[in-house]
Design a protein around this ligand. Structure first.
Ligand code: MN
Length: 232
């Protein structure tokens, strides 16, 4: 009799705020350069023709509240505070008008980045995997159901490092809106429940050090707190 070798990879789950429920995470998509001031601080022009993406392994998911190691392979590990969209229904080639019906809820998250590696990869026109698909780099808060959050509009997004505000913006600054992102991305993927979309970061990204405490929020979509641990 044949058998399947190896245990299945653990499937990360994320709690739904105010309930006993949680969701299984499927894929982790991230939008690049989705706030103009952040694109500028990265020395890049904004492409208003179409959004672009990178992905993280779902193993990168870490819940708010704990400690993540300062990863190996970088001397310039950065925070990026983001609104996270949680897909709750299959979505393939959906219109902008229909896109919001596919949203289960929202969370806030950190897209932690090996900036030195990402910039070196970018300069050589190489993929960003080592810079972006970092273990423990997709921090996420509990999920707030869409009906409770309402529509993304002008909600504040902010992040503090050791109590000092470093990022402070609002969702009206998104270059590509949530329905535009879902519609566009669904032209390339059969989105399914449990897919997460990190929607990009406002200006003010910067490096962390072991011992730092990062606290952030998106108004109405919860808040998060993570401590940077020792170097691996
Ligand atoms: Mn990002």
């Amino acid at each position: 009799m044949s058998k399947t070798l190896f245990d299945p990879a653990p499937s990360p789950t994320v709690p739904v705020a105010g309930t006993q429920d949680s969701i299984n995470v499927h894929r982790v998509f991230c939008v690049g350069r989705n706030y103009e001031a952040h694109a500028k601080e990265m020395g890049q022009a904004v492409d208003r023709e179409k959004p672009f993406y990178f992905t993280k392994s779902r193993d990168a998911i870490v819940l708010s509240g704990g400690t993540i190691p300062y990863p190996c392979g970088t001397e310039n590990y950065h925070y990026e505070m983001e609104l996270v969209v949680v897909i709750g229904a299959p979505a393939f080639r959906v219109s902008v008008q229909d896109a919001m019906s596919k949203v289960f809820g929202y969370a806030c998250g950190l897209d932690m980045t090996r900036r030195d590696i990402q910039l070196a990869e970018r300069a050589k026109q190489l993929p960003w995997d080592l810079g972006k698909d970092v273990e423990n780099s997709a921090v996420i808060s509990a999920i707030v159901p869409a009906a409770q959050f309402g529509a993304p509009a002008k909600q504040r997004i902010e992040m503090r490092q050791n109590g000092v505000t470093k990022q402070d913006g609002d969702l009206s600054l998104l270059i590509w809106s949530v329905p535009e992102i879902i519609s566009h991305l669904s032209g390339f993927y059969h989105l399914r429940p449990g897919d997460l979309i990190y929607t990009g970061t406002p200006a003010g990204v910067g490096p962390v050090q072991p011992g730092d405490v990062l606290e952030g929020s998106v108004a109405g979509a919860g808040d998060l707190k993570i401590t940077i641990g020792a170097r691996e």
